[in-house]
Design a protein around this ligand. Structure first.
Ligand code: 5GP
Length: 185
């Protein structure tokens, strides 16, 4: 039996407004999985998931792909963490695999200001991959500070704060099967 979370039953939270449904996400993931499989056919591909937000997306996406690939994860601290000085991004868990001469696809949950991704791209480029591209579930151009190339996009969203499908608010809501606008007020 499929274990479905009924959003209406489980989350009466009026802070949540569904923006992208589970069906829309599934259709988009299928489309992206097919496109990536076609474009990387015959190439040595490493999918790099950025912890923790991209986990749901990368698992679903990878299962829609029909080419061989390796999977690895990296974790970075965000510029808005309270644990360190503002503006600093650093790797807190590095890749296990060497990406030198491999085709690398970074899989992100959301590209917002682009600061984290910009740092990640600069860092991974020094390891001389054969190619380095980005796939994100959500893209928010309106909040961009740093220009970053995004090859594969799920959904373009306006300047709103979203949760679900891996995205959290204070570590909650990651397991929602839809993406919702979240009112933080
Ligand atoms: P950046 O601003 O560097 O592009 O994104 C940094 C991180 O901030 C993202 O990976 C994500 O974890 C978090 N973030 C940015 N915008 C949102 C949002 O609308 N909702 C949630 N839940 N997290 C976000």
């Amino acid at each position: 039996m499929v274990n479905e979370i009924n959003p209406k039953k489980s989350y009466k939270d009026d802070q949540l407004k569904i923006i992208i449904t589970q069906e829309e996400i599934e259709a988009k993931v299928l489309e992206l999985g097919r496109r990536i499989s076609e474009e990387y056919a015959g190439k040595e591909l490493i999918l790099v998931g950025v912890l923790r937000g991209s986990t749901y997306f990368i698992v679903d996406l990878s299962r829609k792909m029909h080419i061989p690939f390796a999977l690895d994860f990296i974790s970075i601290s965000h510029y808005n963490d309270t644990s360190g000085p503002a503006g600093v991004v650093r790797i807190t868990k590095d890749l296990e695999l060497s990406i030198t001469d491999k085709h690398v696809l970074i899989v992100e949950d959301i590209v917002d200001t682009g600061l984290s991704l910009g740092y990640l791209i600069r860092n991974l480029k020094t390891r001389n991959p054969a190619s380095l591209k980005v796939c994100t579930m959500v893209n928010v151009e309106a909040r961009r500070i740093v220009g970053v190339p995004v090859e594969y996009k799920g959904f373009d969203l306006p300047n709103i704060y979203v949760v679900g499908y891996g995205l959290d608010y204070k570590e909650r809501y990651r397991n929602l099967q839809f993406i919702a606008e979240f009112d933080r007020s």
